[in-house]
Design a binder for this molecule. Sequence first.
Ligand code: EPU
Length: 420
Amino acid sequence: MDKILVHGGRRLSGSIKISGSKNSSLPILAATLLTREPCVVHGVPDLSDTNYMLQILAHLGAQVERASGTVTVTAEKVHCVAPYDIVRKMRASVCVLGPLLGRCKEAAVALPGGCVIGDRPIDLHLKGFEALGAAVRVEGGDIKVFAPKLRAAQIDMQGIFGPTVLGTDNVMMAAVLAAGVTVIEGAACEPEVVDLANFLNKMGAKIEGAGTTRIVIEGVHELHGAEHRVIPDRIEAGTFLVAGAIAGDGVTVKRVEPEHVRAVTDLLARCGYAVDVAGDSISILANGSASALEIVTEPYPGFPTDMQAQMCALLSTNRGTSSVTENIFPQRYMHVAELKRMGANVRLEGATAVIDGVGSLLGAPVMASDLRASAALVLAGLKADGVTEVSRVYHIDRGYEHLDEKLSELGAHIERVKSE
Ligand code: EPU
């Protein structure tokens, strides 16, 4: 297993380009199963998660071609069984259920296993499929959905922790081919849901209201091929802005959609950093002493759970007492114990991390646990004295395209040690 060594203390400056969004690419690639015609998707980042999705599509019978960031998928014929061996590596594989149900009227996909960021049920996805007329059962570890005929329905996707992103995607993908008008209430408003709806509309779907809590889908008979560029990755952009805040002398992220990152830039500005937006670029500069913050994670447009760990790293290095409350995945604090190994002063009170900033950290061997927690440890290493050795970096490779190379471009002293 590769390791990343971060030699702390270097100041970062300059600019990097943000890649296409992982969380847009995954459902959009799954949606290509809805037509027999070729679909061309640009800006797909080269990550292990997108590669898993392409393997799943190939397993389901699609022809997949990849030329750098452009992926062409032709699903002329598909079969509808995705076994455990192929889907277990990635929870997001569950988003092939909706398109398979829409296209084949049945699907059997292995139920995703446990997840380090907490229990991740899919009851709302299944409730949505049932409302569309599908019979749903779990058998031998597989979810089996079957609907001789899909019918439009009124569906509420709101759960106790807010709306579900992939659940909204899944139900939308099944409903585009259901007869009649489906209304999803309590829909997730994330930009990735809007991106998927835009792609589906290019394929001939009739979806209105994506980006609001009420999505209206008029079922169509069939979909056709389409070409699409995925939106920039707002979490990658946020992560590099936090890198700029932790250790930067002027860092610019290019090729971003500033509105999608606003919850992060607003907080960084409130914390005392100078944040400057110009077109599709955002720059960040330390501006005197940064202060403590109170953060609460919320569904979009609130502060994203996928930026919580990175902000914990930043606030550990600032002065003052901050609090971070995780409302989406209340157990998503695997990074806290590792940050403490680096000298951070953090205590957990239920779903709230209380952070007494210590100014700077000390390099240590630490263990990556999930994607965002791992990125947080690398960021912490930038501000630590000595060397931070982050092991299990395959977590980072799941969701950040060339994180170490991009940080090197900005001047970080960071090296990847390949496993034997
Ligand atoms: N939930 C339910 N029932 C369901 C589905 C979700 O109770 O059927 C709960 C979850 O347990 C959680 C909340 O609803 O408390 C929100 O979960 P959601 O379903 O929105 O998460 P997801 O769609 O599985 C996506 C992203 C995650 C991101 C979350 C929240 C993808 C591939 N994944 O997951 O991204 O944290 O939305 O914004 O889009 C990441 O990129 O590191 C990552 C984990």
